[in-house]
Design a protein around this ligand. Structure first.
Ligand code: TPP
Ligand code: MG
Length: 308
C-alpha cells in the first residue's frame, strides 16, 4: 500500500486547538483512517483533549468522551461491555463500534496504569492507544515514567535520573491478543497495525512514539524527522506481538539482525533542545555512552524476546 492510497476521509478536521506540528493530531488522523467511522473514542486529560477545542466547534468527528485521568482502562472495558447486549438483543442494528482509548504517557505509564493493567488482564474488548510524548505536556512538561534518562523537565530540572519504563513489554506480559509499537515516520506500518488490531477481539494495546516540538524543543516542521531519527538510532523500537509471539519490524528488525547500523544517537539528541545541556556538558561522552549502552541493551533484549 502507498500512502496516497490511505482513505481520504478525515476524522480530525481543520481548526484544532493543538500546537503546530502536534504529533497527537497527526497520529489520531492516521488511526481514524484505519478505524473508520464506526468508532467511539475515550480521552483522558491531556493535550488530545485540549486539541479537541470547545463545544460546539470540536475537531474530532467521532463520538469522543472525556473521562477522568485514571479511568481509561475501566471505562474502555465498561463501554464495550455495555454495548454487547444492545447489539446481541438487537436494540441497536449493525456492527458494534470499535471502542478505543487515546491516552498520553502520563495517563498510561503512571496515573492510569492500574486500570490499564486490570483491563488487559481481563482481556476487555477495546483498543488502548498510548500516544507517548515522553512527558506531561499539556500541563507544561513534567516528567513521567516515559521520560527518558537525562531529559530535563519542570519536575526534573537537572535531567531525569532514571530510565523510562518499557510499558509495551509490560502489556505484552499481560498476555493480551495484540500489542504493537509504532512511529509517525512509518505511517503505513502504523496503519497496518491499527487495521490488524481492529480485526481482533479482546484487549489490544498500541503505543505510538510522539515527538512533541513544544516539550522537546524543536521546530514544529520537524515532528516526522525527529520521529524517524528515533527509529534509525534505535531510540524507539518498532515491534508487534500477536498472541504473545513477538516480531521486530522494519528498520528495528534490520538493526537487530545487523543488516543496518544504527545512526549515532547524537544525531537524534542534536535535533532536540531538551538535550542541549547534555551536548554542552564536559561529561557529554559519558552521557552519550550510557544512552548508547541502553539502546544496545534494549535492542538485544527485545530481539531475544522475539526468539521465544
Ligand atoms: C487526577 C488528575 N491529575 C492531574 C490532572 C492535570 N492534568 C491534566 S492533563 C495532564 C497531563 C497529561 O499528561 P499525558 O497523559 O502524558 O498527556 P499529554 O498532556 O502529554 O498529552 C495533567 C497532569 C488532572 N486533570 N487529573
Ligand atoms: Mg504525555
Amino acid at each position: 500500500m502507498n500512502i496516497k492510497e490511505l482513505p481520504e476521509i478525515e476524522y480530525i478536521i481543520p481548526g484544532t486547538g493543538a500546537c503546530a506540528g502536534c504529533p497527537s493530531t497527526i497520529g489520531l488522523r492516521l488511526v481514524g483512517k484505519a478505524l473508520g467511522e464506526n468508532a467511539i473514542c475515550l480521552l483522558t486529560p491531556s493535550c488530545a483533549v485540549a486539541s479537541m477545542g470547545m463545544t460546539p466547534k470540536t475537531c474530532y468527528s467521532f463520538p469522543a468522551l472525556n473521562i477522568c485521568f485514571a479511568s481509561a482502562g475501566a471505562s474502555g472495558g465498561a463501554i464495550s461491555m455495555a454495548l454487547d447486549p444492545l447489539y446481541s438483543k438487537k436494540r441497536l442494528e449493525g456492527e458494534k463500534p470499535v471502542v478505543f482509548a487515546w491516552v498520553g504517557d502520563g495517563g498510561t505509564y503512571d496515573i492510569g496504569f492500574q486500570g490499564l493493567s486490570a483491563a488487559a488482564e481481563r482481556n476487555d474488548d477495546f483498543i488502548f492507544f498510548c500516544y507517548n510524548n515522553e512527558a506531561y505536556s499539556n500541563t507544561g512538561n513534567q516528567r513521567s515514567g516515559a521520560t527518558p534518562q537525562y531529559v530535563p523537565t519542570t519536575t526534573s530540572p537537572l535531567g531525569k535520573e532514571m530510565l523510562q519504563k518499557n510499558v509495551p513489554l509490560l502489556m505484552l506480559e499481560h498476555r493480551p491478543p495484540y500489542v504493537a509499537t509504532a512511529s509517525l515516520a512509518y505511517p503505513l506500518d502504523l496503519y497496518r497495525k491499527v487495521e490488524k488490531a481492529k480485526s481482533i477481539k479482546g484487549f489490544r494495546y498500541i503505543e505510538i512514539h510522539m515527538p512533541c516540538c513544544t516539550s522537546w524543543k524543536f521546530p514544529a516542521a520537524e515532528t516526522i524527522e525527529v520521529s524517524r531519527l528515533a527509529i534509525r538510532t534505535g531510540s524507539w523500537l518498532l515491534w508487534e506481538a500477536e498472541n504473545g509471539k513477538l516480531s521486530l519490524n522494519g528498520v528495528t528488525a534490520a538493526l537487530a539482525e545487523g543488516k543496518r547500523k544504527p545512526l549515532p544517537v547524537e544525531e537524534y539528541l542534536k535535533a532536540q533542545g531538551r538535550y542541549a545541556w547534555l551536548l554542552k556538558s564536559p561529561d557529554k561522552d559519558y552521557y552519550i555512552g550510557n544512552i548508547e549502552n541502553n539502546i544496545r541493551r534494549e535492542l538485544e533484549f527485545m530481539a531475544g524476546r522475539a526468539k521465544l
